[in-house]
Design a protein around this ligand. Sequence first.
Ligand SMILES: Cc1cc2nc3c(=O)[nH]c(=O)nc-3n(C[C@H](O)[C@H](O)[C@H](O)COP(=O)(O)O)c2cc1C
Length: 249
Amino acid sequence: MQMKKSTAVIAVLLCVVLLVSLAACAGRPASEAEKTTKAPTTEGPIDAASGSQAAETQTVPAESTAAPSGQTAAPKAGILVVYFSRTGEQYGVGVIDEGNTAIVAKAIAEQTGADLFEILPETDDYPYTYSKLTDVAKQEQRENARPAIRDALPDLSQYDTVFIGAPVWWGDWPMILYTFFETAELSGKTLIPFSTHEGSGLSGFDRKLSSACPNSTVLDGLAIRGSDCQNDRAGVESKVRSWLDGLGY
Ligand SMILES: Cc1cc2nc3c(=O)[nH]c(=O)nc-3n(C[C@H](O)[C@H](O)[C@H](O)COP(=O)(O)O)c2cc1C
């Protein structure tokens, strides 16, 4: 009995020793794990659950916080109407002092509250008479010219939608529009073409705009007869209204 008691005491003591050493071993990996979780916390994103985070918040580099705060502070993007248009002698309307496309552009700007930008050539030696103008335009097309634009382009970062209009010249955009497509920062923007014409309609303006600006979204365009611009402004304004309604503007 005596023997059994002392054996039991030794067994209990051994268990205690064993438990103490197990606890000591278990403590080591725990503190190593702690070390490895602490390191990314000090360099990486702040973990809202840890007590040391307040101090880390102050050490986040300025550029890390600049992007989100810049995004929220950005002004609401607007709408711009860009157009090219000629006065002088035009097909079917005689001499005009306000271009057909200019009339449509202004109607769009008025109805959408957009800003306007007129593309003017740096060197304006386009002939005043219609038939001579057609010769010059044909020559520009043959040469695949890129006539320079006179004025600095507006800051396009303020706009997410750009309406772009021009007369149809020989079944295409006038070449100065290609200057615009290739120099303006139009990536990521919604582009909406419109034309004035005397029979050719939109003449592939939308398709050509898409290939010139592959990183933009091109919506359905509007084609208006040049002579209607001079003779039926109310009709033009109403066509513009229904087109804009269809597009959701
Ligand atoms: C050089 C030139 C080429 C033209 N080519 C076409 C054409 O291919 N198809 C068409 O329907 N109208 C053509 N037109 C007519 C114009 O597109 C139309 O008169 C237009 O409304 C003129 O607009 P604007 O006053 O804004 O310049 C041409 C006019 C010019 C001056």
